[in-house]
Design a protein around this ligand. Structure first.
Ligand SMILES: [Zn+2]
Length: 83
């Protein structure tokens, strides 16, 4: 009988452990994930005209329709206006 009680105790302990884990998991899921800062150093942006990626700080930018666009050169910026 002693062994059976021991197994039962282990089982209950395991179930309790699972409940705690689920509870902690739910608590963590309820927290809002930390948002990454929008401007990351060394971030690469896409030039939609010639499909190249350029460092954000080197890109030419233009806001059109509320969307910021990036260009590798003045030439690409000019081309995008023609479309
Ligand atoms: Zn370009």
């Amino acid at each position: 009988m002693g062994f059976f009680r021991f197994v039962l105790f282990l089982f209950l302990a395991y179930v309790a452990f699972l409940f705690v884990r689920i509870y902690l998991g739910l608590k963590r899921a309820g927290q809002r994930p930390r948002q990454a800062p929008r401007q990351v150093r060394g971030e690469m942006v896409k030039d939609e005209v010639c499909n190249t990626y350029i460092p954000r700080e080197e890109a030419l930018t233009e806001v059109r329709d509320g969307v910021e666009r990036y260009f590798c050169s003045e030439e690409c910026r000019r081309k995008s206006k023609q479309n």
